[in-house]
Design a protein around this ligand. Structure first.
Ligand code: 3PG
Length: 208
């Protein structure tokens, strides 16, 4: 359910180059109170990392940077429950839907949003958010598209979290700041758990 993704309000975007670190990562996310991960297909370890995280029943795992139908299928087989793509590809969306997976395609223009709506999508990723005008642009887009929800990623941080999560049309944001690659590589559970807890607390303090 999309609501399972958005109720966390923050989606950690994970770049993991060694699936052997997945266990520590899962432990850190759960301990930090942010039991959700978007594991990106930016490394060869993505499928194995998804497989390892999907073994936990207290954590929701999805796949990110999904660029092809083949990746949708590999992610689904590995246990991913949602699919995130940087852009809008109708085949990726349709295959995800056919497999019963939630899918967040990237849309930054009115035309892309209209194409996504035609595919039955009402929540889109807005990426790279900082480069496309951030919260100001999303607010402008939500005027004509009042029924569309946006999940911005790319340049989201504690410093601008309130600009995004303060908007009704933004149920959640994605970001990597609470899962630094160096901490994942080092199996540094304490650092990741601390950064997650800090992010959760910051989100909780933001009112719509
Ligand atoms: C993404 O893939 O969604 C972004 O690269 C995450 O962006 P960030 O590293 O700026 O948080």
């Amino acid at each position: 359910m999309l609501s399972d993704i958005t109720r966390h309000r923050i989606v950690p975007v994970v770049v993991c180059s060694d699936a052997g670190r997945a266990e520590a990562l899962g432990e850190a996310l759960v301990r930090g109170g942010l039991p959700i991960a978007e594991v990106t297909f930016r490394t060869a370890a993505a499928v194995a990392t998804i497989t390892a995280l999907a073994r936990r029943d207290d954590l929701l795992v999805g796949a990110g940077t999904v660029l092809s139908v083949e990746q949708v299928e590999r992610a689904a087989e590995a246990g991913a429950r949602f699919i995130v793509s940087p852009g809008l590809d109708a085949d990726v969306v349709r295959r995800s839907q056919a497999l019963g997976l939630d899918v967040l395609p990237g849309c930054v223009t009115p035309s892309e949003i209209m194409a996504a709506r035609r595919l039955g999508i009402s929540t889109v990723k807005f990426f790279p958010a900082g480069s496309y005008g951030g919260a100001t642009t999303i607010a402008a887009l939500s005027a004509p598209f009042g029924d569309v929800r946006f999940v911005p990623t790319g340049g989201v941080s504690l410093a601008n979290l309130a600009d995004y999560l303060g908007q009704k049309c933004i149920p959640a944001v994605g970001g990597s700041w609470m899962v630094p690659a160096a901490a994942i590589d080092a199996g540094d559970v304490d650092t990741i758990a601390r950064l997650c807890a800090q992010a959760v607390a910051a989100a909780a303090a933001i009112e719509k």
